[in-house]
Design a protein around this ligand. Structure first.
Ligand code: NDP
Ligand code: AKG
Ligand code: MG
Length: 742
């Protein structure tokens, strides 16, 4: 008897959560005969909010803190977690979710944007735990291995997605700061001996404030500190708005306000204030009264001015119109609804927004509903260069060709909140002029910056063991593929210079004979890699955490049309496995389409791949041949589904997410029926395959009938399970066959 094996499948938000209600019953039915237990844990935004406030809820409304539980599990060797994309909530999304839950009878407190007393401060602290990218960093106790499986890459080559032409006359370009930003102010040290550091602000008058106390540091870890100078940022933004206007191109701002949840909303707010500076000069008193917070985007102002008397609203709206017509045109998120790039900080997220623009001939949407060249403003210059290098490459060589281009996989340094993506609890908006010092427990100042009021100062950490693991993973991938592996590190950047020393120490500890391993700055690495991509050659990018995020959307979006089709594995450092589904997000517009016309265009390919590797891991760690067989056969099924082009269509009344799940079940049953490694599974699944095949037309018809009309699922953030299940499982015939698998 093999040991009981368990997989945790996460319940998240939006389209992936809808898809789960259709896919999970299939996975459970197919794995049950092999005694594999599939459990779910709810880490949706709604559940994470409710878990923060047990004392406000009735007993039957309380939910346990599944995220903390999974965070602990991720450190155990038996962990096997399938993690679907989830909402990393901006404040406007958080507020929407809270009000939906309140309307459903959950007695939650409002989100206190400006807390006035101790209780409100506590409430805000609890909500802030849920804000932004609050899930991934907790679960990612390992580095990241993201790539397009061969079958997926071959499918994309045979069925290329649309790719906008590039002209050498394109006026699109990237604007980034040449001084005063995080990149130019960075200082970095490698810690000697375990201990702790304090971050202290010494004001010009000598008064000291401890910004953060006793940050634990371990021997060999790299820490860095840097600042974004407010004045330099504002001058830069002001110039770039003029630049976009002069060049007659759109102004667009690309940030990661979800992951960088402290620094980037502040920068976003400055951009709103600079663009609309005449408005803020004139109406600041009114805006203070109604509590406008530009860090939540220009949309916050638009909704709050509705509280003002009608005549006042009219003058303010006229002033807004005037600025919009006189300033550079803004890139639009939704031109029909008048939603600009500056409306909501989570609408334009750099990892997806820049590649989407590059795929679209370097253009974004303007207020006229047409696409135009754009000035892509990325204030901090640490990574902006990879996009300018890509844009220059496209101007010179034209668009990439998905039918011939090579693939770029990624090995990303991510474990234990590595680098910038773990910095939000050490990021501060500086209240007064002075200096910020990082001081160790022996009183030694390790790093120091002169700061001015309004500057954003931050400290990042990356531990030594994750770095060692990352180098090992890179060597393993290079060995497994024989592709060149490029470390995207810039010797002229303080943090990277420290990291390069370690890479050079750890690489020789492995057998690297015959491998092609290089260290190149991000720009040079982009150029080198793009040359290879164009020539149809494959390359491994080995990068830090931010570039991991950027590159695993950039290349997949160019190569495959979406990052949802990536295999995304996190080998956990203590031996477990975390299997993320795809590398992209949760595409809110998929839910909108589903509610309007009952068609879900979400492609679950990322889930299929994740289930395959999760079962493979289970097979290996529990010595469970049935799990291995299920893994091999689901991979066969996925490959056949791709060959037959049975992923979801984008259009209503054609095959959607549910139909594609049916094909997965059909081919999975077929593969299990046709194999000869396991007699029991063969006998169980032969009749299942027969029934699915005989009822194919009937099932597809039942699934199609569910489309073509608006759908009610009882909510957005907390949809009613029963309603979702009835919409996502509309085929009685399929449901019956699945329920008969024993
Ligand atoms: N791992 C995680 O948990 C992540 C979560 N997020 C969250 O996701 C949300 C949206 O983020 P955003 O930056 O817009 O990125 P998305 O990746 O969700 O969307 C970009 C585009 O990619 C396409 N796409 C993505 N996934 C699929 C899929 N499975 N099937 C078909 N097409 C897909 C869609 O393009 P098209 O319109 O052409 O169909 C979509 O509009 C945010 O709430 C963000 O916080 C974002 C990144 C990662
Ligand atoms: O956690 C998030 O908010 C986004 C994560 C992401 O984009 C990624 O890991 O690629
Ligand atoms: Mg990403």
């Amino acid at each position: 008897m093999t040991k009981a094996a368990k997989i945790i499948y996460t319940k998240t938000d939006e389209a992936p959560a809808l898809a789960t209600q259709s896919l999970l019953p299939i996975i459970k039915a197919f794995t049950a005969p092999s005694n594999i237990v599939i459990e779910t844990r709810d880490i949706s935004l709604a559940a994470r909010i409710l878990a923060q406030f047990p004392e406000y809820l009735r007993d039957n409304q309380k939910v346990n803190d599944a995220l903390t539980e999974l965070g602990e599990l991720a450190k155990q060797p038996e962990a096997n977690i399938i993690k679907l994309p989830n909402i990393s909530a901006s404040v406007p999304q958080l507020i929407e979710a809270i009000s939906e839950l309140q309307a459903k009878g959950f007695n939650l407190p409002d989100y206190p944007e400006d807390p006035q007393n101790a209780e409100e401060k506590m409430v805000k602290t609890s909500y802030d735990k849920v804000k932004g990218s609050a899930v991934n960093p907790v679960l990612r106790e390992g580095n990241s291995d993201r790539r397009a499986p061969k079958a997926v890459k071959n499918y994309a080559k045979k069925n290329p997605h649309s790719m906008g032409e590039w002209s050498s006359n394109s006026k699109t370009e990237v604007a980034t700061m040449s001084k005063g930003d995080f990149m130019h102010n960075e200082k970095s040290v490698t810690i000697k001996g375990d201990g702790s550091v304090n971050v202290v602000l010494t004001k010009t008058d000598g008064a000291k404030t401890v910004l953060k106390e006793k940050i634990t540091v371990l021997n060999g870890e790299i820490i860095d500190a840097t600042k974004m100078n407010k004045k330099a940022l504002i001058t830069f933004l002001d110039n770039e708005i003029k630049e976009a206007k002069d060049k007659g191109i759109l102004f667009s701002l690309h940030m990661k306000a979800t992951m960088m949840k402290v620094s980037d909303p502040i920068i976003f707010g400055h951009a709103v204030e600079v663009y609309f500076k005449d408005l803020f000069k004139k109406y600041s008193t009114e805006f203070d009264t109604i509590g406008v917070d530009v860090r939540n985007g220009f949309g916050d102002l638009v909704s709050k001015i509705e509280e003002l008397p009608a005549e006042k609203q009219d003058v303010i709206n006229a002033a807004i119109k005037k600025i919009l017509s006189e300033n550079a045109s803004l890139a639009m998120v939704n031109s029909d609804k008048g939603i600009t790039n500056l409306h909501v900080p989570s609408d334009v997220i750099i990892d997806a927004s820049m590649p989407a623009m590059i795929r679209n001939s370097g253009q974004m949407w303007g207020a006229d509903g047409k696409s135009h060249d754009t000035l892509a403003v990325i204030p901090d210059s640490s990574y902006a260069g990879i996009y300018s290098a890509t844009i220059n490459f496209c101007k010179k060589h034209g668009a990439f060709d998905p039918t011939t281009m090579g693939t770029v996989s990624n090995v990303g340094l991510m474990a234990q909140k590595a680098e910038e993506y773990g910095s939000h609890d050490k990021t501060f908006e500086i209240p007064a002029n002075g200096k910020v010092s990082v001081i160790d427990d022996k009183g030694m100042t390790l790093m120091e910056h002169t700061v001015e009021q309004g500057d954003i100062w931050r400290m990042c950490q990356v531990k030594d063991l994750p770095i060692q693991d990352w180098v090992k993973l890179a060597v393993n991938r290079a060995r497994a593929t024989n592709w060149p592996a490029i470390f995207w590190l810039d010797e002229n950047r303080a943090h990277d210079a420290e990291l390069i020393k370690k890479v050079k120490t750890y690489l020789p500890q492995h057998n690297i004979e015959g491998l092609d391993i290089k260290i190149l700055s991000p720009e040079k690495a982009t150029e080198y890699t793009l040359e290879r991509v164009k020539a149809g050659k494959d390359t491994i990018s080995v990068s830090g955490n931010v570039l991991r995020d950027y590159l695993t959307d950039l290349f997949p979006i160019l190569e495959l049309g979406t990052s949802a089709k990536m295999l995304s594995i996190v080998p956990l450092m203590n031996g477990g496995g975390l299997f993320e589904t795809g590398a992209g997000g949760s595409a809110p517009k998929h839910v909108q389409q589903f509610m309007e016309e009952g068609h879900l265009r979400w492609d679950s390919l990322g889930e299929f791949l994740a289930i395959g590797v999760s079962l493979e891991h289970l097979g290996e760690t529990f010595n469970n041949p049935k799990a291995t067989l299920l893994s091999e056969t689901i991979d066969d099924a996925t490959e056949k589904l791709l060959e037959n082009n049975q992923g979801p269509s984008r259009k209503v009344n054609e095959l959607d997410n549910r139909g594609s799940h049916f094909y997965l079940a059909l081919y999975w049953a077929e593969a299990l029926a046709n194999q000869n490694k396991d007699e029991m599974l063969k006998n169980r699944f032969a009749p299942v395959y027969k029934k699915l095949n005989e009822n194919k037309e009937k099932i597809l018809q039942e699934l199609l009938q569910a489309q073509g009309h608006p759908v009610d699922i009882g909510g957005y953030y907390e949809p009613t399970d029963k309603l979702v299940v009835s919409q996502m499982r509309p085929s009685d015939t399929l449901n019956r066959i699945l329920s008969e698998i024993k």
